[in-house]
Design a protein around this ligand. Sequence first.
Ligand SMILES: CC(C)(COP(=O)(O)OP(=O)(O)OC[C@H]1O[C@@H](n2cnc3c(N)ncnc32)[C@H](O)[C@@H]1OP(=O)(O)O)[C@@H](O)C(=O)NCCC(=O)NCCS
Length: 344
Amino acid sequence: MSRDRIREQTTRNYNKLLGVEIKGIGSYLPEKVLKNSDLEKMMDTSDEWITSRTGIKARHVASDEQATSDLGAEAALNAINDAGLIPEDIDLIILATATPDHFISASASIIQHKIKAGECACYDIAAGCSGFVYGIVIGAQYVQNGKFDNVLVIGSETLSRFLNWDDRNSAVLFGDGAGAVVLSKSSDPKRGFLNFCITSNPDGGEHLTLPAGGSACFTSAETVNSKKHTVHMNGKEVFKFATTWGTNVAAALVEGSLEGINDGISYFIPHQANERINLSICKRLNLDSNKMLSNIATTGNTSSASIPLVMDQEIKKGTFKKGDSLLAVGFGAGLTAAGFIYRF
Ligand SMILES: CC(C)(COP(=O)(O)OP(=O)(O)OC[C@H]1O[C@@H](n2cnc3c(N)ncnc32)[C@H](O)[C@@H]1OP(=O)(O)O)[C@@H](O)C(=O)NCCC(=O)NCCS
């Protein structure tokens, strides 16, 4: 990979989005919980295997009536309320998702309708599990350049719909959920996004795909019978990608912004795919793993929802203090990687 390209970005992006803050945050997890012990009854697996290989103990699963837009709408309303705003105040809705309600139209527009937002811009972005960070970087620029006052960025997924429940290699890893933030100008110019980076590996996309249903492989009886409408993953290759690119993005962000990693970074929220991936990134960065915040044990991998879910849970706990620096890094299908440093 080209580390220089990432460093170029973090050198250029330093301080550019400072002053754009997270004005409100919210999340939503469906009620139904599927524990590892439940999966033991559905396939040849064990709590011991899943816990030791991934750190996951349970995940939430949407009800049959809930689509990605329903989860996203709940998180969005919580974030708007937390910001002290009403849905009509939102100028732009960006939804990051790998599991939209439909191909046509954008689920962001469906959320706009469900939350009773006014006339505003809406679109979806597909950047895999990095999608929420991509959405933040896109949305914050509209706020920074004065085009919009309040941008809603949502990560929402119903991965349980797109899993092959006969494939123990992938089915045990994922869960459903949503997280959202409202981005606005801060009254404190020192608060906000200190640095950011978004990138994608031109190779390796075939290691994490949902092969059928699109223009390259349209749905047919054959694609359904062979389960090509479900997630296909080469776990070992994705693991290698996540540890190397996750580390390199994080390292470039720190080098481009701060004096040293342990002095500069107060907390680290990596995408919640696998606890082993995340501990490996900490080790490669020489970052104290006590600074890492995680909820993977109870949520599994919720793709684009994972980072805002952890952020919301930790903000509600009162974890972050004024002046703290949060490093967040996402990686996933594409294969994409992305990160930001946020100063509270
Ligand atoms: C999927 C993953 C947990 C597998 O862990 P691993 O240590 O690489 O495990 P292996 O692939 O070596 O599999 C070891 C054995 O466990 C078996 N196994 C796989 N899934 C299992 C399960 N759910 N329960 C029990 N055994 C399982 C495999 O079949 C294999 O058996 P074999 O040696 O008889 O063939 C790991 O590769 C991973 O997390 N990859 C990244 C996935 C990811 O994060 N994707 C999303 C990114 S956004």
